[in-house]
Design a protein around this ligand. Structure first.
Ligand SMILES: Cc1cc2nc3c(=O)[nH]c(=O)nc-3n(C[C@H](O)[C@H](O)[C@H](O)COP(=O)(O)OP(=O)(O)OC[C@H]3O[C@@H](n4cnc5c(N)ncnc54)[C@H](O)[C@@H]3O)c2cc1C
Length: 512
């Protein structure tokens, strides 16, 4: 179905709509939608958002899985991508507020509570509470003592980049890195901590070190500050947002609401099934060609696709930028949610998650129990287990659905003793589309941004952070920057056109 909304005849602007600059955004994931929201609500430009798929949201996708269970039709809402977003980075929470969605937010359990790590084929509990820590067999006594000595480790006060592995090893010791912090962080980010940039994934940890001299002291200080803030808010009859926000009807709610609100704006055009194949310059700006041959002209283009797609599109007009974009690595990721009858579910551990380090050489990367995290969403008679794959064993991406289900069930049997048969599954695959922020990423992105042709912008998970709040913040910041430039040009062009029409184009190029 082609979702195409032509611009209405009357816009709020005093200028005719065709005379307004045209901002074209490619990619209708949360980054592109947020960019469109920012650009459209700024006003003064026509905004078009193009998405290749037949739905909005990119990696934010909620499956409505319907299946038959002994003659009864059951429908479950299952997130294939993100299930929850952190609110410490406020952009997603604030956007939910703008969209009137904060009341639809429900608290999500912390991803790391009651989590196990696979260690030599055996799941071991992650020792996050003091009692678990003392009794843990996951790390040696020596490693425990090294971890406790963290406040004594000399603090780095700079904010230069390093790998997650280097940071954790430096502050908490190599065994703690190897045995549980590395697997947890690697599992959360689907990445190898030895390469992952701390300044992209967890700059807060470096801020804690810089500002408080270490993680333990900083945790206490932040806890005290948070308690004070909570008290102050409560005195005003307000409350703190939950640490992790989720939507009762799945993450897709945010995307659908955003698309609907954009749809209602007079200066916005949304187009699904719009696979952008080429980007070229013309005398006024840029022309995009879609797979169906349709062409669209734009003054400004914001590429909110993974960087490898942006590289392909830019290649025709700027080879060096394309090369720099292509240097950002992407890996594959997929999820399979398996539905079991709770009465048949026979896992050996009462777990809410299992992280699987790469060194274990398994076919899957992590397991979470959706029904434990979101008990309000899943009726008690069902247990839903979500398995992440594609990171440590990329070949599994090529399996068909039946083969994948069999391979994953085999792993669950072996690692967690789950012999029960799943009665339904929902599968999502994103081959070569999950960005990896290697050490030095922010410097690389600065260079990419400085080198882009005027009027071309890139934004999204491939650049300054992969989480949904990062993507909302980046999409909005990029659109704000683009709008500032395009509106400045518009003002100058109008002024100069009044004097000499020949000046307008060169003036525009100069300012953009
Ligand atoms: C399994 C999984 C779990 C996650 N869990 C969490 C979590 O718990 N919390 C969290 O905060 N984040 C999580 N993330 C990360 C987060 O969901 C993503 O980083 C974020 O949604 C990416 O948004 P984006 O808009 O930048 O990119 P995408 O969602 O990839 O959107 C890019 C869009 O561009 C479109 N596109 C590509 N090429 C073209 C083209 N040529 N023409 C037109 N359109 C094109 C694509 O179809 C896509 O819709 C998770 C991600 C995954 C995959």
């Amino acid at each position: 179905m082609n979702d195409f909304f032509p611009p209405p005849a009357n816009t709020a602007s005093a200028r005719p709509a065709e005379a307004e600059p045209h901002v074209l955004i490619v990619g209708g994931g949360i980054s592109g939608l947020s960019a469109a929201w920012e650009a459209a609500t700024t006003g003064g430009a026509r905004v078009t958002l193009l998405e290749r798929d037949d739905r909005w949201g990119g990696k934010i996708v909620t499956d409505r899985l319907t299946f038959d269970d002994a003659g009864r039709t059951v429908t479950l809402l299952l997130d294939g991508g993100p299930e929850s977003f952190i609110t410490r980075k406020a952009a997603a929470w604030e956007l939910a507020g703008e969209l009137g969605l904060q009341d639809a937010v429900q608290k999500a359990g912390n991803e790391t509570s009651n989590t196990y790590v696979l260690d030599n084929g055996e799941p071991k509990p992650v020792p996050l509470s003091p009692a678990k820590f003392i009794n843990s067999t996951l790390i040696s006594t020596r490693a425990k003592l090294r971890l406790i000595a963290e406040p004594l480790v000399r603090a780095r006060r700079d904010m230069d980049d390093e790998s997650l592995a280097s940071f954790v090893s430096r502050r908490l010791g190599p065994e703690t890195l190897d045995k549980f912090v590395g697997p947890i962080l690697g599992g959360i980010y689907n990445t190898d901590p030895q390469h992952q940039s701390i300044m992209v994934s967890s700059p807060v940890m470096r801020e804690m070190e810089r500002d408080h001299g270490g993680l333990f002291v900083a945790t206490v200080a932040r806890g005290v500050a948070k308690a004070r803030k909570r008290k102050a808010l409560e005195a005003q009859g307000l409350s703190m947002p939950p640490a992790f926000m989720a939507f009762a009807d799945g993450s897709q709610v945010m995307v659908d609401t955003l698309a609907a609100r954009l749809h209602a704006l007079p200066n916005v055009r949304l187009q699904l099934n719009a696979d952008v194949q080429a980007l070229a310059r013309n005398e006024n700006g840029y022309v995009l060609t879609l797979a169906d041959g349709q062409t669209l002209a734009a003054d400004v283009v914001i590429l909110a696709t993974p960087a490898n797609v942006a590289a392909r599109l830019i290649n025709g007009i700027d080879g060096p930028s394309a090369q720099r974009l292509d240097a950002i690595r992407h890996v594959s990721i997929g999820t399979i949610s398996l539905v079991y009858r709770t009465r048949e579910f026979d896992a050996a551990h009462a777990f809410s998650g299992l992280m699987i380090p790469r060194r274990e050489h398994r076919a899957i990367d992590a397991v979470t129990v959706t029904s434990a995290r979101f008990p309000e969403r899943i009726p008690q008679e069902y247990t839903v287990v979500r398995v992440f794959f594609g990171g440590s064993a990329p070949h599994i991406m090529a399996l068909n659905d039946a083969e994948l289900r069999a391979a994953v069930q085999g792993e669950l049997r072996l690692l967690l003793g789950i012999n029960a048969q799943s009665i339904a599954v929902a599968i999502q695959r994103w081959p070569n589309a999950y960005p990896q922020a290697d050490v030095g990423q922010l410097a690389r992105v600065d260079k990419i941004e400085r080198g882009l042709p005027k009027g071309i912008y890139v934004t999204g998970a491939s650049y300054r952070g992969i989480g949904v709040p990062d993507c909302v913040a980046q999409g909005r910041a990029t659109a704000a920057e683009a709008m500032q430039a395009v509106l400045a040009v518009q003002t100058q062009t109008v002024t100069v056109e009044g004097l000499n029409p020949m000046h307008s184009m060169s003036n525009k190029e100069e300012a953009l």
